[in-house]
Design a protein around this ligand. Structure first.
Ligand code: GLP
Length: 244
């Protein structure tokens, strides 16, 4: 796992977007694995600006999203399909038939779909405050494939800010499995904000274990972590040496 220290949230977002654009320029038919949540919003904004100014083409790109809530329609503003449309898809020239989300009905067929596209070239990830990746909560098997997962109370609470009340936050989601994520050729993990400082510290200092889902990334040959100063604060305070 390589770490890039970004001076700010904006710099983190710019760096991530730069790497996505480089990937698409190198391989026009890239398969991009995409994440939602607050963290990648800035990266999507940079990608949108780049498209408007430089017309990087997404015509041959396919995207596969990490996760989706169970029980929300695509038109629901809290669905991840809606999020992706608003933050990226409606701003770029990606054909609608080339953007995919896991669904309850399709289950493990999502694996076949990803394989038929040639596998994920570059997967963007965020991290939950409890170390989850996608919606793979602590304790999920490292061998897990795409399927329905039950959300922990802490995750539902963390995501309640987007809903009118906690009661409206779905109890289940469909998530790409940990084994699926690990098959990606390259992974970029974005970490931003003080609320992620503890989990980033844990990620770099604790062992690889299922209680800390993101820790599996340490066994992947090509993972880049891009973190902003707030996210790095605990790591820098406790383990100043990792930066020397
Ligand atoms: C959410 C999503 C993840 C995301 C993570 C962090 O629940 N399922 O894919 O990476 O939690 O979200 P945020 O960036 O809003 O902190």
């Amino acid at each position: 796992m390589k770490l890039i220290e970004a001076a700010s949230y904006e710099k983190m977002s710019e760096k991530a977007a730069e790497l996505v654009i480089e990937q698409i320029k190198r391989k026009a038919n890239t398969v991009l694995g995409l994440a939602t949540g607050g963290t990648p919003v800035g990266m999507y904004k940079c990608l949108t600006e780049d498209y408007q100014n430089k017309q990087t083409s997404y015509e041959q790109v396919n995207t596969v999203n990490l996760d989706e809530y169970v029980g929300l329609s695509k038109e629901d503003p809290n669905s991840y399909a809606y999020y992706m449309k608003e933050h990226l898809f409606k701003h770029i020239n990606i054909p609608p038939g080339q953007t995919f989300f896991p669904s309850k009905e399709q289950g493990e067929q999502y694996e076949e779909l990803i394989a038929s596209l040639g596998g994920i070239d570059l997967q963007i990830l965020g991290i939950g405050e409890n170390g989850h990746i996608g919606f793979n909560e602590p304790g999920t098997s490292f061998h897990s494939k795409t399927g329905i997962v039950k959300l922990t109370d802490s995750t539902r609470m963390a995501n309640a800010r987007y809903f009118a009340s906690i009661k409206e936050v779905p109890t289940h989601a469909v998530s790409m499995g940990i084994a699926t994520i690990m098959q990606s050729k390259k992974i970029i993990l974005l970490v931003s904000g003080k609320q992620k400082a503890n989990i980033l510290h844990r990620l770099f200092t604790e062992d690889v274990k299922e209680a800390l889902p993101a820790s599996i990334l340490k066994t992947h040959p090509n993972v880049l972590v891009i973190a902003d100063q707030d996210a790095l604060s605990v790591l820098k305070e406790q383990e100043g040496s990792v930066f020397q």
